[in-house]
Write a protein that binds this ligand. Structure first.
Ligand code: MN
Ligand code: MN
Length: 262
């Protein structure tokens, strides 16, 4: 079940991710509906778009709203695909996901305990998820931006951070077994689009060079799609786009659905 969570209240640099859900929908509508790789006709796939959540003022209210709607979706045995919005909304979905592991795509460690006065700032996502799921359950892939304070915090080793540089050197497949071991067989998959290199995904709130490739993230989604219980795509700011970020976001969703169905 697809829904939009249009919120960018804590975004520190290039705001605008609140406009992302419709931009992804528009791109998705322009993709070919049949995919011979998976033998799937997306026109017949069981996908339902619930529309967007109401944009609320505070991050606490927004995260709570996400938590409510995802908890309804989980309790019906369905899979939420959430279109952000900034990354902070992920915490709401993980709150209601129950016992699971997690794969995060992100340039940033998002490991601050609090930022600009809020524990739910988009710079604190991984840390909040660690508190919810416990150590040894989360893999964050594409890391290349960490503050000293985050790096030196005692909890930092509770998450396995895989650097974008190491993925580039060794190939993403090299990490599949380790990721599976950590994330387990019920996985919440969160894509902060800035994990991908700005060459492929230029329109993000806080871009970072030297990132993952589009195909790295596609391959990760394909490899783990059958274990994924929830997916989100966040931090896409359409007003900085040349069209590529929207197309990639929608294509990743299509690949996810296709590889699950095949
Ligand atoms: Mn993030
Ligand atoms: Mn990020």
């Amino acid at each position: 079940m697809v829904f939009g969570a249009p919120y960018d209240g804590t975004s520190s640099f290039r705001k605008g991710s609140r406009f992302a859900p419709d931009s992804v929908r528009l791109a998705y509508d322009n993709l070919e509906s049949f995919d011979p790789r998976y033998g799937v006709d997306y026109g017949e796939a069981a996908i339902c778009d619930l529309g967007d959540l109401i944009e609320l003022q505070s991050v606490d209210e927004m995260v709570e709203s996400v938590s409510k709607v995802t908890s309804h979706i989980f309790s019906r045995g369905k899979l939420p695909i959430m279109l952000g919005g900034e990354h902070s909304i992920t915490v709401g979905a993980v709150r209601s996901a129950g016992n699971c592991g997690m794969i995060i795509i992100d340039a940033h460690s998002d490991f601050r305990d609090s930022y600009h006065g809020s524990k739910l700032n988009h710079a604190c996502v991984t840390r909040r998820c660690l508190e919810l799921l416990g150590p040894g359950r989360i893999v964050s892939i594409g890391t290349r931006s960490i503050s000293r304070e985050e790096f030196e915090s005692p909890e930092f080793n509770g998450v396995r951070f895989i650097r974008a540089e190491d993925v580039r050197k060794q190939g993403v497949q090299k990490f599949f077994a380790e990721i599976r071991k950590i994330a387990g067989d019920r996985i919440y998959f969160s894509i902060d689009m800035d994990g991908i290199d700005p060459a492929f995904a230029p329109a993000v709130g806080t871009p970072e060079p030297y990132g993952l490739s589009d195909c790295d993230v596609r391959d990760l989604l394909r490899e783990f799609s059958k274990n994924v219980i929830g997916l989100d795509i966040t931090e896409f700011s359409p007003q900085y786009d040349n069209g590529n970020t929207a197309m990639l976001a929608s294509k990743l969703i299509q690949d996810f659905i296709g590889s699950r169905t095949s």
